[in-house]
Design a protein around this ligand. Structure first.
Ligand code: PBG
Length: 340
């Protein structure tokens, strides 16, 4: 075995790889990757219902929160040192429409949640999704006409949705819709309204995955989407070169950070994107990935805590700078407990 300098390490028995694995301190000393609380982004669901915390059956351990309950949890996240939360709204059916107009209402749930968090905490970043699916009666991310998602008319609405969220105080706008040209359109619109410091995190490589099921249950878009799929705008899981082109376009249009989604099945994509572009690169451990680990753990088939940690390390190894995970709070608590 030689490396690029033509250096050949001595072989066994001079070299014994197990020496550096002998003790816990030695293993920690030579660890190439570590997981810290700064690496975590916590996605949360807010709703407008009476009940403060409504458990989501397909996402064990995750609840839809009232704004008051969200504020309590944000305090915990801040104390644990989590840098960023991602807020997703659960919109009541009565407010959904074919064009998702509620997304542009300055007093909609997401804007009220952002304003409430901003009013009570200063030390945590807030990210919000730009896409119409929580707001549309058909559950798609864009405008639907004659069975087709119309790209360019959708851009206008997404840019206004982004502006609405920026005005509410959101720090990072995260377009997750996969329309062509949306990052550029959003950047231009934000800049024209003096939101030049509002950051854009592009869901640059987002695949048409079957791992989003529990998320769609959580926001209530699953029944609306029905048997429909998002294959005309989200990427084909068969492709990686295409992911590089998506990312290049989003960077050129002004993305400050890029994301790959889902995570675990797409580590090759994370690695290629990080090594090619050297941009702040995030990965989303999506609802289905989280649910699989939790379900197996609840059945006693796997050790959920250690698997979760192992999954996080795989993202770090692949090159992710931060990870969106529903387990952020429990992972951060575990990291803090180990520090004591
Ligand atoms: C909305 C959106 C989705 C997710 C994040 N933003 C669902 C989808 O595209 O259908 C999925 C996240 C998850 O599964 O955890 N555009």
């Amino acid at each position: 075995m030689t490396n690029s300098n033509n250096f050949s390490p001595p072989s066994y028995p001079t070299t014994r790889m197990r020496r550096n694995r002998l003790n816990d301190w030695n293993r920690r000393l030579v660890a190439e990757h570590t997981l810290g609380t700064d690496d975590l982004i916590w996605p949360v669901f807010v709703h407008d219902r009476e009940v403060p915390r409504e458990p989501i059956p397909s996402l064990p351990g995750v609840s839809r929160l009232s704004i008051e309950a969200l504020l309590e949890d944000v305090v915990k996240a801040e104390e644990l040192g989590i840098p960023l939360i991602a807020i997703f709204p659960v919109i009541e059916d009565s407010l959904k429409s074919p064009n998702g107009d509620e997304a542009l209402n300055p007093d909609n749930l997401i804007c009220r949640a952002v304003r409430a968090v901003k009013a009570t905490s200063s030390g945590i970043g807030i990210m919000t999704d730009v896409a119409l699916d929580p707001f549309t009666t058909h559950g798609h991310d864009g405008l639907l006409e004659n069975g087709h998602i119309e790209n360019d008319p959708t851009l206008e609405v997404l840019a206004q949705q982004a502006l609405n969220q920026a005005r509410a105080g959101c720090d990072i706008i995260a377009p997750s819709d996969m329309m062509d040209g949306r990052v550029g359109k959003i950047r231009e619109t934000l800049d024209s309204e003096n939101f030049e410091n509002t950051r854009i995190l592009a869901y640059a490589a987002k695949y048409a995955s079957s791992l989003y099921g529990p998320f769609r249950d959580a926001v209530g878009s699953a029944p609306n989407l029905g048997s429909g799929d998002k294959k005309t705008y989200q990427m084909n899981p068969a492709n990686t070169d295409e992911a590089l082109r998506e990312v290049a376009l989003d960077i050129n249009e002004g993305a400050d950070m890029v994301m790959i989604k889902p995570g675990l099945f797409y580590l090759d994509v994370v690695h290629r994107i990080k090594t090619t572009f050297k941009m702040p690169t995030f990965v989303y451990q999506v609802s289905g990935e989280y649910a699989m680990i939790k379900a197996a753990s609840d059945k006693g088939w796997l050790d959920g805590k250690s698997i979760m940690h192992e999954a996080m390390l795989s993202f770090k190894r692949a090159g992710a700078d931060a990870i969106l995970t529903y387990a952020a709070l429990e992972i951060a608590a575990k990291i803090r407990a180990q520090e004591k």
